[in-house]
Ligand binder design. Structure first.
Ligand SMILES: [Zn+2]
Length: 132
């Protein structure tokens, strides 16, 4: 149930920012989720709608996924992971278990499966909007 923990973190962080900025009513919260993060967006949205405080009563939660960036440990080539190029089954498998990404993804330059993930994991608050 880590979507609920993430939703709590989002609400608590957004509340702190709203407090600091003197925002009385939040109208929009922009959230970015890394493509390789194991997360069910539907559950996250549901969790957000359930635990939001009165400050977020009319807030819209905009959740966007962001592309993963990878770097080869052998030749130091950096590239952006394109999920579209994988077949549906593989994309699903990677979605659920990012650790197996190394089996499917190889450096497009030298073919090495030894790479690190620079971006594409985690969830963060992009911005909040509201009325003062
Ligand atoms: Zn390489």
């Amino acid at each position: 149930m880590h979507e609920w923990a993430l939703a709590e973190a989002v609400i608590s962080t957004a509340s702190q920012i709203a407090e600091k900025e003197g925002v009385k009513e939040v109208t929009e919260v922009k959230i970015k989720v890394g493509e390789l993060q194991q997360i069910e967006l539907d559950i996250l949205e549901f969790a957000l709608s359930q635990i939001k405080t009165s400050k977020f009563e009319n807030a819209k939660f905009a959740i966007e996924t962001t592309r993963a960036e990878l770097r080869c440990r052998v030749c130091e080539n950096q590239w952006v992971f394109d999920k579209e190029k994988l077949d549906a089954d593989t994309a699903e498998a990677i979605h659920f278990v990012p650790e197996i990404a190394h089996t499917y993804i190889k450096c497009p330059k030298c073919g090495s499966p030894d790479f690190e993930i620079l971006k594409g994991r985690g969830i963060w608050l992009e911005s909040i909007r509201g009325m003062k």
